[in-house]
Design a protein around this ligand. Sequence first.
Ligand SMILES: CC(C)(COP(=O)(O)OP(=O)(O)OC[C@H]1O[C@@H](n2cnc3c(N)ncnc32)[C@H](O)[C@@H]1OP(=O)(O)O)[C@@H](O)C(=O)NCCC(=O)NCCS
Length: 192
Amino acid sequence: MSFTFRCFDPESDAELLHSWVALPYAAFWGMHSATVADVVEEYSKIQSSGHHHALLGLDDGVPAFLMEEYLPSFSPLAGLYAVQPGDIGMHLLVAPPAGPPRTGFTAAVMETVLDRLFAKDRVERVVVEPDARNHKIHVLNERLGFRPAGGIVLPDKQALLSFCTREAFTSARAALHSSPIHQSPIRQGASL
Ligand SMILES: CC(C)(COP(=O)(O)OP(=O)(O)OC[C@H]1O[C@@H](n2cnc3c(N)ncnc32)[C@H](O)[C@@H]1OP(=O)(O)O)[C@@H](O)C(=O)NCCC(=O)NCCS
């Protein structure tokens, strides 16, 4: 796996993203019934917001995941918890497998996403708010160092607020790499 990132282009990438979000596995992304035009509109807003940004993750140059980073104080989380200066919010959507599923793929994606976020000196903690029923992402989040902080009610869902500190990520990634099921190391390419 060799992951790189580029900015998501709302016009030219919408059709691809639409093909992911329309699938049953992506139900918790909340765009199941969105049209391609809805995707263009939503991501145009995000990319021009100044506080929220979407990136396409590529695996050997092929689109493999979407990550979003945002400032919690400008998000629906504002007022729901005590936002700290080093906090950054994150959303992650992994593409459906193009071939047979690869063991460790989504953990490697999550590791790469967190590595990118913590590469910024000002970031000390990553914040997520997945749907409380999204068991798969809770498991993946915990594997990479997130710890639940409690349930919150957002406009569109009951969510599980969780945090991953820089220290927790460092420990979790060390444990991941010492695990016998961990496959080939990730090679990370240049990012934006
Ligand atoms: C939530 C999510 C990341 C869960 O990942 P997961 O639990 O590993 O997913 P699956 O159970 O479908 O994966 C089965 C296997 O296929 C692998 N796999 C998944 N996507 C793959 C891909 N695109 N290419 C290759 N392998 C893939 C996984 O690594 C896993 O193998 P492993 O457990 O041996 O490592 C993923 O389902 C997703 O992106 N969902 C939609 C978005 C979402 O809900 N985001 C969360 C919060 S907003």
